[in-house]
Design a protein around this ligand. Structure first.
Ligand SMILES: CC(=O)SCCNC(=O)CCNC(=O)[C@H](O)C(C)(C)COP(=O)(O)OP(=O)(O)OC[C@H]1O[C@@H](n2cnc3c(N)ncnc32)[C@H](O)[C@@H]1OP(=O)(O)O
Length: 407
């Protein structure tokens, strides 16, 4: 590793970083046309490169964004992305150097990423803070229960027409308070368009009109089967579904399952607590194909992150508190004990009730998993076992954390 230089790359090196990253994912370099649209997605001073003999062989970048934490506060957060090390330089500590440099430099209290593989990022203090499920719905069996709201009406708009509408609806979702929502940088939307432009079938946008304004949308494409073959499948792939009302949610699902010639709807990235089975007279119309890790969360500044989050949201006793000892070998200023309660959180010098690493704290932070579950798996030690049910109450949240944004 001593042979490598790790430093922030200059703007004129962003394209090289992009090419290195794409190569690690086995994707060709961007064309000149594509690059002119992707270049703005490299924020100044936020891309790290690893150089060997002045040649870039690895990189990692981040975007400045924000994330909703339990209690509704929107906390500045780095969206870490485009991490890769060229295949002829792997397993020599290059990623470790990039991750450490990046973490040392971040000014946001939180960092989040999507992992290509599950075994990479825990060692850098990232933990899985939200999950999603992918469902497949067989249209012929999916009859809606009569009590499911009908919705107010759905219209199709072109993807270009929707450029302002989609971010407006998406941004209003932040105030719903569901933990895990992230601010999508402006260039995120441009990136989606670029990706979708390469699809063989058109990108469709369905918008639900609420009582006062549009309050939901669905973005999808349809992959056609051979219509003459009775066994062939034509599958509607849902890419993004955002709703701000029950009517909008039910209306859009009714719409998606009404599209002619479609035999199945496949929806990835859906919240774990979305009550889709409740829509149908036959709940087996739907199957869960996968449950995946979604938000990998790194608590970069533990005192700030704990202060931003509310505890005891489901009604813990205001007198209740626990002392957590947090271990963090990469950012040692985080290491220490914190008293956590419904009223306030503070750093203390007291014996710990519970002890855990910072990646495990990341898993607890949005409420996806309970302290008791982590203790059962040995990822949290409980010198005071009576503190476990108290900690469970303090960390509990009412909606499953969910992000719904890939980056
Ligand atoms: C947020 C994102 O962008 S996700 C996309 C991540 N990028 C990719 O998946 C592209 C393909 N892969 C790569 O580019 C590289 O293999 C990387 C970035 C995953 C790893 O880079 P490397 O420089 O090889 O990692 P490095 O040598 O620093 O390894 C650090 C530790 O992680 C381990 N590790 C690295 N990659 C992996 C892996 N894929 N699976 C399991 N363990 C791994 C190493 O064994 C090492 O373990 P140790 O600390 O116990 O010795």
């Amino acid at each position: 590793m001593t042979d490598y230089v790790i430093r922030v790359v200059q703007p004129e090196e962003h394209r090289a970083a992009h090419t290195v990253f794409r190569g690690t994912l086995h994707v060709r370099p961007s064309t000149d046309g594509d690059w002119s649209e992707r270049e703005p997605s490299y924020e100044l001073g936020r891309t790290w490169g690893a150089f060997r003999d002045e040649e870039m062989v690895g990189s990692a970048q981040s975007w400045s964004s924000a994330l909703v934490v339990p209690g509704g506060e929107v906390v500045p957060t780095a969206l870490v992305s485009r991490v890769g090390v060229r295949a002829d330089h792997t397993r020599r500590g290059v990623l470790s150097g990039l991750m450490r440099a990046q973490l040392d430099a971040l000014t946001e209290p939180l960092a989040t990423l999507r992992a290509s593989e599950g075994a990479i990022y825990g060692r850098f203090g990232y933990g899985v803070a939200s999950r999603y499920r992918q469902v497949r719905i067989r249209r012929a069996r999916a009859r809606f229960r009569p009590e499911v709201p009908t919705g107010r009406g759905v219209r199709l708009v072109s993807f270009d027409q929707a450029q302002e509408l989609l971010p407006t609806i998406y941004n209003r979702l932040a105030s719903s308070g569901r933990p895990g929502w992230v601010q999508r940088p402006a260039h995120w939307w441009a990136g989606v368009r670029l990706r979708m432009d390469s699809y063989p079938s058109p990108v469709m946008v369905a918008v639900h009109a609420g009582e006062d304004c549009d309050d939901g949308y669905a973005v999808y494409t349809v992959r056609r089967g051979d219509f003459a073959d009775p066994d062939a499948k034509t599958v509607l792939h849902l890419a993004d579904l955002v709703t701000l009302s029950t009517e909008g949610w039910a209306g859009l699902w009714r719409y998606l399952l009404s599209v002619d010639l479609v035999t199945e709807v496949v929806a990835g990235g859906r919240p774990m607590d979305e009550p889709l089975e409740q829509l149908f007279t036959d709940r087996r119309a739907l199957s869960t194909e996968r449950i995946n890790d979604e938000t990998w969360l790194r608590i970069v500044d533990v005192p700030a992150a704990l202060a931003a989050r509310r505890f005891g949201l489901l009604g813990a006793d205001t007198e209740e508190s626990v002392v957590l000892e947090v271990r963090d070998s990469i950012l040692p200023e985080n290491a220490g004990s914190y008293r956590i309660g419904a009223e306030q959180t503070e750093r203390v010098s007291e014996p710990a009730d519970l002890v855990l690493d910072v990646d495990a704290l990341g898993e607890l932070y949005l409420g996806d998993v309970t302290p008791t579950a982590l203790a059962q798996a040995g990822r949290l030690a409980a010198p005071n076992p009576n503190a476990l049910p108290v900690a469970d109450r303090l960390f509990a949240v009412s909606s499953a954390p969910w992000c719904g944004t890939d980056f």
